[in-house]
Design a protein around this ligand. Structure first.
Ligand code: ATP
Length: 467
């Protein structure tokens, strides 16, 4: 039976590179039943705010797999990018971006062929869109990291590493600063690592990781990151191996998989038969492996390498007087199917199933005890006046003033603070001595007390579990 796949050609150079890719797949003997759908530019223009029509969503629900060109987010239409909408809708929580050196593709590391993969958490962290103006002068974005999200991405990284015959995973975090959020990824990684004793593991701070990628990227095999860090590091890794025209990617979830090239719509070269289809073709190669067509995937990847090695290059890789068109590149690749490059042997890929969440780590439903509360207050009074107000109101409620912070720096109690204050104060309360928890009534009481003080206005509260 022919495998049905949702096909979204996309915008800009999308239709050219996707059509080239479909020709290559067919020439390699793969006959997919393409269910062609629209998303991005055309959808926004027809008034669909999300950029993804219902019928496209229904198609992916049915096929479970989509091959997708780049999508435009026209300025003035819609709320968020159609790409982000699709990732969230189908809970494709793992973004996988290999950065592999290809023949004749120039990079700083030409002498030492690079071959690494960035596995990036794709739905949480700073990308949930939970963002506010907390006062008219203070903006806040929430970095949301769940135990479930960490376990999902950690297991995906280990399973992917195994399936691609990779030997080592670096978990790259900023756990020294963001001890809770980035720390949760690190501790989940360390806990789950014991189940994958065949894979070597290490932790590296993300800033050092960036530095090491610039001076010695050969040391990396798989790098696992949270969403924001992975966004940056994966672009860096694409840059290391020669840029957007050759970088593939996929978004995997437990049930759905969306395969998309890393590059955007490249409007400057759209419709001119100039685009490099390699990124899209390598993306389709990832899709083939995901679907179990390992032989065909290897054949296409080898033919692509033979083509590049022969000097058949598009304008992004060679001066325009020597460059070939998208069509010529694709024809040449097709004629090279069956040829191999022994010095660029493909890995022994194996089937890869997105892991099920283990109940052992599933989020507990027990309600946690609240033993602190941060009340964020907007006020232009002096620190001394604020301390006095907070201390006097803590005398009439069942809470102690634990401390006051301004942009994260503890300014009370503090021996010295040279902080330049903004009118956004984090006032932390703990239970009165002898008590171990804070009730909702306690919080309501302290809020009412704050409301009664002139020039103080609370704008946000945060219950905390570990003061
Ligand atoms: P978008 O707004 O969709 O992200 P963009 O032009 O800002 O589009 P990209 O499409 O990622 O960003 O491309 C940046 C530049 O890289 C383009 O101007 C184009 O010249 C080049 N480029 C990207 N992809 C390719 C490709 N497949 N082949 C050749 N050049 C490419």
């Amino acid at each position: 039976m022919t495998r049905k796949i949702t096909l979204i050609k996309g915008d800009g150079i999308g239709p050219e590179v996707v059509s080239a890719t479909c020709r290559v797949l067919e020439a390699a003997g793969l006959e997919f039943d393409w269910d062609e759908q629209v998303a991005g530019g055309k959808a926004f223009e027809s008034g669909i705010d999300s950029g993804v029509p219902e019928v496209t969503i229904a198609s992916i629900k049915d096929t479970k797999v989509a091959l997708k060109g780049p999508l435009a987010t026209p300025i003035g239409y819609g709320q968020r990018s159609a790409n982000v909408t699709l990732r969230g809708l189908f809970e494709t929580y793992a973004n996988i971006r290999p950065a592999i050196q290809l023949p004749n593709v120039k990079s700083f590391f030409q002498e030492e062929a690079l071959d690494l993969v960035v596995v990036r958490e794709n739905v949480e962290d700073l990308y949930t869109g939970i963002e506010y103006m907390q006062t008219k002068d203070v903006a806040l974005t929430l970095k949301l990291v769940s135990r479930k999200g960490c376990e999902d991405i950690v297991r995906a990284a280990f399973e992917y590493a195994r399936s691609a015959g990779r030997k080592k995973i670096h978990c790259a975090t900023k756990a020294n600063i963001m001890k809770k959020t980035e720390g949760l990824l690190k501790s989940t990684f360390e806990e789950i690592a014991s189940e994958y004793s065949d894979i070597e593991t290490d932790h590296i701070l993300i800033d050092n990781c960036a530095h090491q990628m610039a001076i010695n990227p050969k040391q990396f095999d798989v790098i696992l990151c949270s969403n924001m860090n992975g966004d940056i590091i994966s672009d860096l890794s694409s840059g290391l191996v020669g840029g957007l025209g050759v970088a593939p990617a996929c978004n995997l979830g437990r049930e759905y998989a969306i395969f998309e090239a890393v590059h955007g719509t490249a409007p400057d070269i759209a419709g001119q038969d100039l685009a490099n289809p390699s990124s899209m073709i390598l993306t389709a190669v990832m899709m083939c492996r995901h679907l179990g067509y390992f032989r065909e995937a290897d054949a296409i990847e080898q033919a692509l390498k033979v083509t590049l090695a022969s000097g058949c290059l598009t304008g992004d890789l060679t001066p325009s007087d020597k460059a070939v068109t998208t069509s010529v590149f694709t024809d040449t690749l097709i004629s090279n199917l069956g040829r191999t490059m022994p010095e660029y042997v493909e890995r022994a890929y194996q089937p890869f199933v997105m892991p099920k969440l283990q109940s052992r780590l599933a989020t507990s439903t027990d309600l946690a005890t609240v033993n602190g509360v941060d009340i964020y207050v907007e006020s232009n009074v002096s620190l001394d006046d604020l301390v006095q107000s907070m201390r006097s109101l803590s005398e009439v409620v069942d809470l102690d003033l634990h401390g006051i912070y301004n942009r994260g720096t503890k300014v009370y109690p503090a021996d010295i603070s040279l902080t330049e204050y903004i009118h956004h104060w984090q006032c932390r309360f703990s239970p009165k001595s002898g008590l171990s928890s804070i009730s909702d009534d306690d919080i309501r009481e302290v809020l009412r007390a704050i409301e009664s003080v002139e020039k103080l206005s609370w704008m946000h509260i945060e219950k905390i579990l570990d003061v």
